[in-house]
Design a protein around this ligand. Structure first.
Ligand SMILES: [Ca+2]
Length: 417
């Protein structure tokens, strides 16, 4: 190679490595820096870097939508910096928060930063790679039944799987009672990537759980097989049975728990406060991170259609972005931001945020704010971009503030000043 080829090769490797590590173990904590005004003008997209592909969107506004800027005065407080790889956050009815830590711990944390001891009774997790104790949610009737549901990666014969467990939070708050694993993915794989890992209740009172396709080229095609739970969003009862409302997929051997198929690594699920529909975020490859509006029985395309390319630069499959019978993402990013947990804002403290979607971004190191009108994204903003944090999950507290956790161990509170 001549010197120019070597330089080009070096840049390609650098890009590939930086993207491969989008969900790896975090860097060290960086200090909070003061907010500086964005350099973009309000009408230009927030993304100014060139895309990784030359693919064209299927419709106007599917990517690089014009930026918006919050005009309300809001404040950001770092409540604590000492969590250890927090992965999921849920708001308790009494105002506190319940968080998971990747290594296998679940803890209370107050909105003033007091961190509780690890709750005992949580089944062992396999915390290798991207695995561990992942997303969690509370039962809608938590106040009376104290039930908690969570997703984790688990060692089983033949590899590891994405699993779902439930337990009753003991009255003394030190342990989980009556813990049981209510669901296990049916396709073990020897790997430690792409577990998915979010869980939410939808308005039918069932649990939706996102399950990744385990990443490797040899296994990811299972996202298109209705007989595997890999690369799916499933819908199950609180006992782990297929929800009776579930769609029927036409493939022979289709699993009755499937809700949607054709996903890569979905790390975000959120229920729209008006429509009740479940929206999803999904890590793409190099380019092609997605926001999807999930509709029962639909196929979201991976790995047949995608707006991304392989980390090494090759096309994926036939290199197509659209196909009949496969859903287009509502929105996509190229280059990627690595979207993880997300929530719709339904509070009234910042009225211009109502029904906006807030998405935690890992490699993008910011919180995405998406304005959504008539099921289309009409504006994008990057919040907390100067904090240098890999945002893993975000939720709305009982007090109406937003609470976000980062891989580096921080919990932020974002609210009207
Ligand atoms: Ca897709």
């Amino acid at each position: 190679m001549n010197i120019y080829q070597r330089f080009f090769y070096f840049i390609v490797c650098l890009l590939a490595f930086s993207h491969c590590s989008q969900d790896s173990i975090p860097a060290s904590v960086t200090p909070v820096s003061p907010t500086t005004p964005p350099t973009t003008t309000p009408t230009s997209p927030v993304e100014s870097n060139p895309p990784n592909t030359n693919y064209s969107p299927a419709f106007s506004g599917q990517t690089r939508i014009n930026s918006v800027r919050t005009t309300s005065d809001f404040q950001v407080n770092s409540i604590t910096t000492t969590l250890s790889n927090p992965w999921g956050i849920a708001a308790l009815p009494d105002g506190r928060l319940l968080i998971t830590e990747k290594a296998g711990r679940m803890r209370f944390i107050s909105t003033t930063g007091e961190i509780g001891n690890a709750i005992t009774g949580i089944p062992t997790v396999n915390a290798s790679g991207q695995g561990g104790l992942l997303g969690l949610c509370l039962d809608p009737a938590f106040t009376s039944n104290r039930m908690v549901y969570w997703v984790f990666s688990e060692s089983v014969a033949g590899g590891t799987v994405t699993s779902v467990a439930k337990g009753r939070l003991a009255n003394n708050e030190t342990n989980m009672e009556g813990v049981s694993v209510i669901y296990r993915s049916n396709t073990p794989y020897n790997g430690n990537l792409h577990y998915g890992g979010r869980v939410v209740f939808d308005r039918t009172g069932n649990l939706l759980v996102s399950i990744g396709e385990r990443s490797s080229a040899e296994i990811r095609t299972m996202a298109q097989s209705a007989s595997s739970s890999l690369g799916k969003v499933i819908r199950i009862t609180t006992n782990g049975q297929p929800a009776s409302e579930n769609p029927i997929f036409s493939q022979s051997g289709a699993l009755p728990e499937l809700f949607t198929m054709g996903h890569r690594n979905p790390q975000g699920l959120a229920v729209h406060p008006i429509t009740g529909e479940v929206w999803q975020s999904e890590h793409g490859p190099r380019g092609g991170d997605e926001i999807n509006r999930l509709q029962a029985g639909r196929n979201y395309g991976w790995p047949v259609i995608t707006y991304g390319i392989e980390y090494g630069g090759q096309r994926i499959g036939s290199g197509i972005q659209q196909q009949n019978g496969m859903e287009q993402p509502t929105y996509y990013w190229d280059p990627v931001v690595s979207p993880s947990g997300m929530t719709f804002y339904s509070g009234n403290r910042i009225s211009e945020w109502q029904n906006n979607l807030f998405v935690s971004s890992l490699s993008g190191t910011h919180i995405v704010r998406l304005v959504i009108e008539n099921n289309r994204v009409t504006g994008e903003e990057r919040l907390l971009a100067n904090e240098g944090q890999r945002f893993r999950d975000i939720t709305q507290g009982i007090d109406g503030a937003l609470y976000a956790i980062t891989d580096q161990g921080r919990l932020y509170r974002i609210d009207k000043r």
